[in-house]
Design a protein around this ligand. Structure first.
Ligand SMILES: Cc1cc2nc3c(=O)[nH]c(=O)nc-3n(C[C@H](O)[C@H](O)[C@H](O)COP(=O)(O)O)c2cc1C
Length: 170
C-alpha cells in the first residue's frame, strides 16, 4: 500500500515542480490488445533497467487507455522520438483530441512480425514483452524484456521534454 503520510502537507506541489525539472526523452509506448485495438501514449517515464537481460521500465498512469494492456506476457513497443516528431508526441499525449487507433494517423507506423506497432523515423524502437509490473499510487510500472531493437540511420537529434517544453538534443 502507498503510504501517502510520508509527504509533508506542503510537499505535493513541490514534488510536481521538482519532477518538471527532470529532463526526459519523449517516447511513445504502444501495443495492440487481444481485441485488435491499437493503443498508444506518450511517456517520458521510460528507463533502461538492465543490459542482461536487455530490459526497460515504463511508468504509465493507471487511468490511461494503455495501462490495462500492460499485462504479463503482452507485447508492446517503445519508440524513442526524434526532434521532428513533436506532433506525434502531442497526439499520443492526448493534446490533439484524438484517441485510440486515430492517434496512429500521426507518424508512419507499421507492424513488426509479432504484430507490434513500430514507428518509422524514431531514433530507436524497442519491442518488449511485459515480464512483470507493479501498481504503485497512480501508476503502473511495467518491466519490459526487450525482444527486438529497430534502429534507423539518421542525423536527427532526440526529442527531449523538460519544464513543459520540447528541445532537440544529441
Ligand atoms: C511530453 C509528455 C510526456 C508524458 N509522459 C507520461 C508518462 O511518462 N506516463 C504517463 O502515464 N503519461 C504521460 N504523459 C501523458 C499521456 O501521454 C496522456 O495522458 C495520454 O493522453 C494518455 O492516453 P489516454 O488519453 O489514451 O489515456 C505524457 C504526455 C506528454 C505530452
Amino acid at each position: 500500500m502507498t503510504d501517502t503520510s510520508l509527504m509533508k502537507a506542503t510537499g505535493a506541489g513541490r514534488f510536481k515542480q521538482a519532477m518538471r525539472s527532470l529532463a526526459g526523452s519523449v517516447n511513445v509506448v504502444a501495443l495492440q490488445d487481444p481485441d485488435g485495438n491499437l493503443l498508444g501514449v506518450t511517456a517520458t517515464a521510460v528507463c533502461s533497467l538492465s543490459a542482461e537481460p536487455p530490459s526497460v521500465i515504463v511508468c504509465i498512469n493507471q487511468s490511461s487507455s494503455l495501462a490495462r494492456g500492460l499485462q504479463v506476457g503482452r507485447l508492446f513497443s517503445v519508440s524513442v522520438l526524434s526532434e521532428h516528431q513533436k506532433e506525434i508526441s502531442e497526439a499520443f499525449g492526448g493534446r490533439k483530441g484524438v484517441a485510440g487507433r486515430n492517434r496512429f494517423i500521426y507518424g508512419e507506423w507499421h507492424r513488426s512480425e509479432d504484430n507490434v506497432p513500430i514507428l518509422h523515423g524514431a531514433r530507436a524502437c524497442l519491442e518488449c514483452r511485459v515480464d512483470d509490473f507493479i501498481d504503485y499510487g497512480t501508476h503502473r510500472a511495467a518491466v519490459g524484456a526487450v525482444t527486438d531493437v529497430h534502429l534507423e540511420e539518421m542525423d536527427d537529434a532526440s526529442l527531449i521534454f523538460v519544464n513543459g517544453q520540447y528541445f532537440s538534443v544529441g
